[in-house]
Write a protein that binds this ligand. Structure first.
Ligand SMILES: Cc1cc2nc3c(=O)[nH]c(=O)nc-3n(C[C@H](O)[C@H](O)[C@H](O)COP(=O)(O)OP(=O)(O)OC[C@H]3O[C@@H](n4cnc5c(N)ncnc54)[C@H](O)[C@@H]3O)c2cc1C
Length: 403
């Protein structure tokens, strides 16, 4: 999503652009998300502050998070930084720094989708976050307060209010917030493909190649593709969780970790249907209506990007999910696995690469890469073409990690 959006924005500005991927556009992490363009979100997911929840996670009983023990020492510094960034005043700072991007997210998607056939994948019914206890709902007060200050629309609902919107749900929750402004997508892969097709229609070239072949061939950067080598003065690295494979050999070592996540589709029982995505906050999963069925997405798993899949969280959450919605048989034989590319401060890196002429970075969008792809495309295209950026890009600069 990020790479295709960057390519499309550059092509729209009349630049000669090649989009290089080793698979088809949209087949990486962007394939499997919950499909929510969530311009509403104010706080990023935080390190758990509830001791009981931490113990459940440590004992591998929580559906919200899982971990591979071997990965923890490797990301210990990242976890320490993530925990520090989860303090209330830091979360507030992140909300403020991310707002310029978040506030444009839906508008920017609509602008890119305007000349494509992607409009049919957009649903403008918002999304629902459900809370099973009064305490969980009460803990939302700071988020609702910030949302009010930012002017983000929401409606607080009781059980009956939710069931009026989504009659197929069972009332196993007590409260909900309906974030009415959010847009959901019923096929994220089709959306990226539509942006890539628009890019091609504008004269952009899509090539198959391995970005790890990137090297200097003065005065250009060169990448080897199946169609031969291709040279350019400027290169944007937008490889999501694979970005370190290319930038680390160039001496760019930024603190990226992955929060892996799974999904699986289920057929609804009988005529049951959902008309918008639903988060069960107590269990950290989303039920998202997709063309393929009801997509159940999991919370986070701290494990090496390429370690074998361990979709235990799906088993942990399924009883709660089946209690909430009449899920039928699974559609696929196995769960899909993706890796959210995350910096500890939950902000992406968008801008020039340090100490490398003509190299640009657009990655680390964590839980918000579908949401922020087109906005990222605009920002980096404005920076690359010397236009005035629509917002101050400094909070997203790689320099924040370099002492
Ligand atoms: C379960 C789950 C649910 C999520 N839900 C949401 C949501 O509802 N809303 C939201 O906004 N975000 C969500 N996200 C996050 C979002 O999906 C990611 O932030 C986003 O997909 C990252 O996009 P990207 O373009 O940076 O990376 P990717 O989509 O991973 O793209 C990277 C591309 O690089 C290519 N590549 C990798 N290595 C090479 C190489 N060596 N050579 C050439 N090409 C290469 C890959 O093939 C891929 O196409 C979710 C994530 C998960 C896992």
């Amino acid at each position: 999503m990020v790479g295709a959006s960057v390519a499309l924005h550059l092509a729209k500005r009349g630049m000669a652009v090649a989009l290089i991927d080793r698979q088809g556009p949209g087949e990486g992490t962007s394939y499997g998300n919950a499909g929510i363009i969530e311009g509403n979100t104010v706080f990023p997911p935080a390190f758990p502050s509830d001791f009981a929840e931490l113990v459940r996670i440590a004992l591998k009983r929580s559906p919200i998070a899982n971990y591979h023990i071997a990965y923890l020492p490797l990301i210990a510094p990242w976890l320490v930084a993530f925990r520090a960034a989860s303090r209330p005043e830091r979360l507030l700072e992140t909300a403020r720094l991310m707002r310029p991007l978040m506030a444009r997210a839906i508008r920017e998607h609509e602008a890119l989708a305007a000349d494509t056939d992607a409009e049919r994948h957009f649903s403008r019914r918002g999304w629902l976050k459900l809370y099973r206890t009064d305490a969980a709902f009460a803990a939302l007060a700071p988020e609702l307060d910030v949302a009010a200050r930012f002017g983000i629309a929401n409606v607080l609902l009781d059980r009956d209010g939710v069931l009026a919107l989504e009659p197929a749900l069972n009332g196993v929750f007590r409260h909900a917030v309906h974030w009415t402004g959010a847009v959901s997508i019923d096929n994220p892969l089709a959306l990226t493909r539509a942006y890539a097709a628009r890019f091609a229609a504008l004269g952009g070239v899509t090539l198959t190649g391995d970005a790890r072949t990137l090297h200097r061939a003065e005065p250009y950067w060169r990448v080897d593709t199946v169609s031969g080598p291709i040279d350019a003065r400027d290169v944007v690295i937008a490889l999501g969780p694979w970005t370190p494979d290319v930038v680390a050999p160039l001496g760019i070592k930024l603190p990226l970790a992955v929060k892996r996540g799974y999904h699986r589709h289920y057929r609804p029982q009988g005529n049951a249907a959902l008309s918008r995505p639903v988060l069960d906050a107590a269990n950290g999963y989303v039920l998202a209506p997709m063309e393929q069925g009801i997509r159940v997405t999991t919370g986070v798993e701290f494990a090496a990007r390429d370690a074998r899949p361990t979709p235990v969280q799906l088993n942990r959450l399924l009883p709660a999910a089946r209690e909430l919605f009449p899920l039928g048989a699974p559609v696929e034989a196995q769960a899909w696995l993706g890796a959210r590319p995350c910096f500890p401060d939950s902000r992406p890196v968008i801008g020039r690469a340090p100490r490398q002429r003509g190299l640009w970075l657009a990655y680390g969008h964590a839980h918000w890469g579908l949401t922020l792809g087109p906005t990222t495309g605009r920002l980096i295209a404005e920076m690359m073409t010397g236009a005035t950026p629509f917002c101050d890009p400094k909070p997203y600069g790689a320099e924040r990690f370099l002492a």
